[in-house]
Design a protein around this ligand. Structure first.
Ligand code: GRF
Length: 202
């Protein structure tokens, strides 16, 4: 049987992408990462994809007049690959409603805080500066509202007195690399059920 296909959208370093690549290589995730798409030409994520022999695409937002057109291009690329799941891994653009509707229930994101706390693009810094004692990361389904979709799994990370923003960031990334491949595995095994905001696992 053909393995399920995953697409990864990433704008940055791609350490979560790497965790997925490693999980596929080790057989933990039974799927093929069919394509990695980035809106940033120099994204390290694209380098990681190429190194792993995965199709790596730079889609330049500057070549499109509007977000709808750009996301239309992404959608047609994903259709061509017939992907079952779209994973956002440090993807810094907000998806258009049309994209989110098209892949409803099949787009996941990882966020570096315990949602609904510290939404947005500076979550680790915001939590650190707030002085929380516990933070963590969240894998959730993507809905039209930013960082607000049903939560699939979370992992807590303790903030120690001697933590700096850098050490906390490192600890959160480590937690992300555990829970994101895990969530993907559950999804592909058909074990996740979504009922409103609640995601349960069989
Ligand atoms: C991660 O912290 C993720 O939670 C956030 O963006 C960061 C991406 O890191 N959405 P990487 O590119 O996967 O290393």
């Amino acid at each position: 049987m053909e393995r399920a296909k995953i697409a990864v959208l990433a704008s940055g370093n791609g350490s979560n992408l790497q965790a997925m690549i490693d999980a596929v290589d080790s057989g933990r995730i039974n799927a093929e990462i069919a394509v990695v798409i980035s809106d940033i030409g120099e994204a390290n994520a694209l380098r990681r994809a190429r190194k792993a022999g995965i199709k790596a695409v730079f889609a330049d937002p500057g070549e499109f007049r509007a977000a709808d057109e750009f996301d239309g291009e992404l959608m047609s690329r994903l259709e061509r690959c017939r992907v079952k799941l779209v994973c956002l891994a440090g993807y810094m653009r907000i998806l258009t409603p049309a994209f989110v509707r098209r892949y409803k229930g099949r787009i996941m994101n990882i966020h570096p805080a315990l949602l609904p706390a510290f939404k947005g693009s500076k979550a680790i810094k915001d939590a650190f500066e707030y002085g929380v004692k516990v933070t963590g990361c969240t894998v959730h389904f993507v809905t039209e509202e930013l960082d607000s979709g049903p939560v699939i799994t979370q992992k807590t990370v303790t903030v120690c007195d001697d933590d700096t923003l850098e050490t906390l960031t490192e600890k959160i990334h480590e937690a992300e690399h555990e829970i994101y491949p895990q969530a993907i595995e559950w999804f592909l095994e058909g074990r996740l059920k979504v009922d409103g905001r609640k995601v349960t696992r069989s």
